[in-house]
Design a protein around this ligand. Structure first.
Ligand code: KG4
Ligand code: ZN
Length: 321
């Protein structure tokens, strides 16, 4: 029985997952509303909110799973990458719980965690596959050889795909985070109305920063009245450009690796156009695409646990490694 804890960004999450991959509970408390008026996550505010929420969220996860703390055999926690102050709240809570219960602690890489969202019941996806990880903070292509063993093929040179969605949403006045709002609005728009090209960069990398500038210019040229009238067309065309870039690179990556099975994880995997554009790919279930602790607990099954007291010095890391 594993208790997972995730606090890398603006979601405070805890989950109870069995070693066989069955999710007994997954509680996610989003702080998005708190950060919305700033147009993005404010690290210091995130840390403080995690501090208030982490104990109640853990308690909720245990009670929803009908599992008392003394039945937990392992504590899994996101170690990085993410906001260091936010990560430290989860890590401190995990250390305290592990220490108090005398159980091992398992540090989990957030990105590997997203991949491990595919290994949960009731429909686990088995490697090998070529995986696209697209979230608010990262865009990666991975060759996943077996559970817990992956190789990086490409990444973004500037903005992440989710970040591109969020910045586009901001330009269109859709609030933060904006990926889901663009997704909804795009369904009423014409994706061919505007030509938003995505920069081609060498190898299997991505670049999304030019796209955001193209949208900025389009909005400026239209002016406020026409922008308002054509918001759905702008959203649809913008989304189409991001999805095209992701799909194209994923196919190229699969060709390069020879791992023809495709999988998509991370917040952007919730996008309906991306899901429709890759009918044969495996997607994490919708509720496990955005940040959650079930994926962290899942991932911990493929990481060496740290027995007490070896986790006392465990520290967070901010950047991808
Ligand atoms: O994985 P995640 O929860 O957090 C990170 O690790 O970054 O991903 C959040 C990102 C945000 O940028 C959000 O706008 C995007 O996922 N997102 C979407 C959709 N739902 C969430 N992007 C496009 N379409 C969606 N339906
Ligand atoms: Zn994430």
């Amino acid at each position: 029985m594993i208790l997972g804890i995730e606090t890398s960004c603006d979601e405070t999450a805890a989950a109870v997952v069995r070693d066989d991959g069955r999710v007994l509970s997954s509680v996610v408390s989003s702080q998005a509303d708190l950060h919305a008026r700033f147009g993005g996550v404010v690290p210091e505010i995130a840390s403080r909110r995690h501090l208030e929420l982490v104990s109640p969220v853990v308690r909720d996860a245990l009670s929803a799973a009908d599992t008392p703390l003394d039945e937990i055999e392992r504590i899994a926690v996101t170690q990085g990458p993410g906001l260091v102050g936010a990560l430290l709240v989860g890590i401190s809570a995990a250390k305290a719980l592990a220490w108090a219960r005398g159980v091992p602690l398992v540090p989990v890489d957030h990105l590997e965690g997203h991949v491990a969202s595919l290994y949960l019941e009731p429909a686990p996806v088995e490697p090998p596959f070529t995986c696209l990880l697209a979230s608010g903070g990262h865009t990666l292509l991975l060759a996943v050889h077996e559970r817990g063993v992956s190789e990086r093929l490409g990444t973004t040179l500037d903005d992440a795909a989710g970040e591109a969605f969020d910045k586009g949403a901001r330009l269109l006045g859709l609030g933060y985070p904006g990926g889901a709002a663009i997704d909804r609005l795009a369904q009423e728009g014409d994706a061919n109305a505007f030509d938003f090209p995505v920069a081609r960069v060498p190898d299997l990398d991505f670049s999304f920063s030019g796209l955001k500038t193209a949208l900025l210019y389009a909005v400026r040229d239209l002016g406020p009245v026409d922008t308002e009238a054509r918001r759905a067309d702008l959203a649809a065309s913008y989304q189409r450009a991001i999805v095209r870039a992701l799909v194209q690179r994923l196919h190229e990556a699969a060709e390069a690796t020879g791992l023809v099975r495709l999988a998509v994880v991370g917040g952007v995997a919730a996008n309906s156009e991306l899901r429709a554009a890759l009918p044969d790919a495996a997607f994490a279930p919708l509720e496990l695409c955005t940040d959650n602790a079930a994926m962290v607990a899942s991932c911990s099954r493929y990481v060496e646990p740290l027995p007490y007291p070896r986790y006392r010095d465990l520290d967070a890391y901010a950047s991808i490694r």
